[in-house]
Write a protein that binds this ligand. Structure first.
Ligand code: DGJ
Length: 721
């Protein structure tokens, strides 16, 4: 049983295969206190210390104990989860336990992306908390994925008064634990340098990451983990949270003077004020919580399994994705039907399966200063029309895909000339442009309908089987002419709901289409987006060496099957580095795999290598997509080489990727201890033409072949005998 309520002790116990989560209802008022999260505890009646309230010193109770869902203004001075403003202007809130409900399965969160599960693998607990005076109810939702070792959390807030209440802050999860010399792991970055791993000691005070850009962003990531000192890939305690949301967020750890730690995650309260009329409800997005007693590696594999099985949907969920060639770095805006068909014809010869036409096929879009919003095929470029082009590509035996940036509008566009008020702007103020574009006010239904209809018209006009959904700027001048003054604080979240609604409409209307999200590379790579698209473009920087850290940080949480990765031309367009073609192929193999270069212009030898690489993709992709991922060495830490492996679920096959970034004189090639194999099984290793037992490979290690020179990569394929 995943969830138990011990009525005598007033304790809830949530169990997964390897973890337990315990909370209790304090007797006098019904505050919900947190008791334990960690390694699984046996039995239903776990001895627990239940703090007791002393009204003379209520503040000490509120501020000094572990709380389950702390509120503003009643004595808990740490980062709290919920804040309101009543019509009278009051803000203090003290929700207490009223009732609960335990049931099998997991509810959907209407309008929001969320993990899903059927009754066989998940149970849900809903705890109803109320503050009768303020007239606010908060229902805390906990869904327990027993086998996957995950607990997800969300909150529904309802106005149970007969007046208006404004919700000014609502986080989705809180975890209070006693400090144990914890360190904090977050992901930071920039365009072309997404998701670098940052690890720091948790000092006193608050430490965390956030976004106020309207997108989850390149700069920080909606992920945070508390880890015990010296945690490695294989050992140590890890408490992690990841937010199933793509807009403004906050992820924070606070170490208090009494040496407790509070970890919280939810929508960023920046510019957030959601008006709830009597009876109305607000649903906060989901947080995925993972505890691992076996280091970061176990945490990673837990997230991967959860997302592959319980978040990603659609036709391509569990199957190989077509190997694509995208024309962006090949041509930028300078292409026409003839050029595209030349690329497709040459690509087909080498095993590439889909042509993707990137930015520039529509309206008056001959550079990036104009035409966003005009989703009409430009027949000066696409001579003969879209159907002709797609039919010709299909005749070659290839699929066809195309790029959209649906959320945007350029001042120089027919759309803007017809509807200048559709762009976010504050009347009288010159809005901030980026790439000469503005953001559409997606909170307006007529705007969403226009986007859907114009996209659908294009998609229905030819056999389009893939969409790259791009989003190339953050939100500014956030104001909607269609909302009253007291609802302007709802726009950031309404914007996200609108994006989700639109993507849902697209995937429902065109279920055969493979959707890939993108945001100037990987600026909106989060679990929210994964609910709609099984893959996301990881970064505009496809340099094989920079990609090692980008893909390492991404794979810390997200399955390899979701990581958009392409082989591009050299010198690399982002950083100017030249790396061997086969290294670029091997690094891209850890993701969805594809090409983004002018295949008609690269030299013959590289073209032949494409044929080898596409064969390699077919040989290994099932394993890469479905297997367990182990991080063995990080170039970001050792400055010399990178190494990771994927092991099939039955442990009969594995693929080790080794990239030697820098050769160092007088240091031999490393011997790398593998992981995840069966100790007693012998594995044949193609590249070594040798058989080695699992225990030797995991304890003594795999002797990688010495390489002379930088940027060399090798694969080692292991098959159980
Ligand atoms: C940003 C994306 O990340 C690129 O791959 C490309 O699609 C450009 N936008 C096109 O404008």
């Amino acid at each position: 049983m995943g969830i138990i309520f011990n009525e005598k002790e007033s304790i809830f116990k949530l169990d997964t295969k390897n973890t337990s989560y315990i909370m209790g209802i304090e007797g006098d008022l019904g505050h919900l206190v947190h008791i334990y999260y960690g390694k699984k505890l046996k039995g239903d009646n776990n001895p627990s210390h239940m703090p007791v309230i002393n009204f003379t010193h209520k503040i000490w109770f509120m501020d000094g104990n572990a709380m389950e869902y702390p509120a503003d203004g009643c004595g808990d001075f740490r980062e709290h989860c919920i804040e309101i403003r009543t019509e009278d202007g009051y803000s203090a809130l003290e929700p207490v336990y009223v009732s609960h409900n335990i049931y099998k399965g997991k509810p959907l969160l209407p309008g929001l992306p969320a993990t899903f599960a059927d009754e066989s693998c998940c149970m849900t607990l809903e705890i109803v908390m109320q503050d009768a005076l303020a007239g606010v109810e908060a229902v805390l939702l906990y869904s327990v994925f027993e086998d996957t070792d995950v607990i997800t959390r969300s909150v529904r807030v309802r106005n149970i008064s007969d007046k208006n209440v404004t919700l000014t802050k609502v986080l989705s999860a809180c975890l209070d634990i006693v400090n144990d010399n914890y360190e904090v792991i977050t992901l930071h970055g920039a365009w072309g340098r997404e998701r670098s791993i940052q690890r720091q000691k948790l000092g006193y005070g608050r430490c965390g990451v956030f976004s106020e850009r309207g997108v989850s962003g390149h700069q920080n990531h909606p992920f945070i983990a508390l880890v015990s000192e010296n945690t490695t890939q294989k050992t140590g305690d890890v408490y992690a949270m990841n937010f199933v949301y793509s807009g403004n967020y906050e992820a924070q750890c606070e170490r208090t003077s009494n040496d407790m730690v509070r970890m919280v995650m939810g929508i960023n309260p920046y510019n957030f004020a959601w008006k709830l009329e009597s009876g109305q409800e607000f649903i906060a997005p989901e947080v995925v919580m993972v505890y691992s007693a076996e280091g970061l590696g176990k945490m990673t594999r837990t997230f991967h399994d959860l997302y592959r099985n319980h978040l990603i949907r659609g036709k391509y969920k569990d199957i190989k994705r077509p190997i694509l060639i995208n024309n962006w770095e090949a041509t930028y805006f300078d292409f026409d039907t003839e050029k595209l068909l030349q690329i497709a014809k040459e690509a087909k010869k080498h095993g590439i399966e889909m042509l993707v036409v990137d930015d520039g096929w529509f309206g008056n879009r001959f550079d990036d200063n104009r035409a966003l919003g005009d989703w009409v095929v430009n027949e000066d470029k696409i001579k003969g029309g879209l159907k002709y082009l797609v039919d010709e590509v299909n005749k070659l035996g290839m699929k066809f895909g195309m790029w959209f940036e649906p959320e945007m509008i350029c001042p120089d566009s027919d759309l803007y000339r017809a509807h200048p008020d559709w762009a976010f702007h504050i009347p009288g103020r010159e809005g901030a442009r980026a790439r000469n574009q503005m953001v559409l006010d997606m909170t307006r239904k007529e705007v969403r309908d226009y986007i859907f209809d114009s996209m659908a018209k294009v998609l229905n006009s030819a056999n389009v089987e893939y969409i790259k959904w791009d989003m190339n700027r953050a939100l500014t001048d956030v104001a909607s002419l269609s909302l009253p003054a007291d609802r302007q604080g709802e726009i950031y979240h309404r914007y996200m709901l609108a994006v989700y609604e639109l993507q849902e409409r697209i995937v429902k209307e065109f279920p055969h289409i493979l959707l890939e999200n993108c945001s100037s590379g990987g600026g909106r790579y989060d679990p929210g987006m994964l609910y709609y698209s099984p893959q996301i473009w990881c970064s505009d920087n496809a340099d094989a060496i920079d990609r090692l850290s980008i893909q390492e940080g991404t794979a810390l949480i997200y399955p390899l099957s979701t990581m958009g990765a392409h082989v591009t031309d050299c010198p690399n367009h982002s950083v100017g580095r030249t790396t061997p073609f086969d290294t670029r192929g091997i690094v891209a193999l850890a993701g969805t795999f594809g090409y983004e270069l002018d295949v008609t212009k690269i030299d013959e030898k590289e073209r032949e290598q494409i044929s080898e690489q596409t064969k390699m993709f077919h040989k290994y992709n099932d394993l890469v997509r479905e297997g367990d991922y182990y991080r063995l060495a990080s170039y970001s830490l050792n400055n010399r080489y990178d190494c990771y492996m994927v092991v099939s679920k039955d442990k009969k096959e594995a693929l080790v990727t080794y990239v030697q970034v820098k050769t160092v004189a007088a240091i031999p090639a490393p011997v790398i201890k593998l992981d995840g194999l069966l100790e007693d099984v012998k594995y044949y290793i193609d590249e070594l033409e040798n058989t080695m037992p699992g225990d030797v490979l995991m304890n003594m290690g795999l002797p990688v072949k010495p390489e002379h020179g930088d940027y060399k990569a090798r694969l080692y394929h292991l098959i159980a005998e």
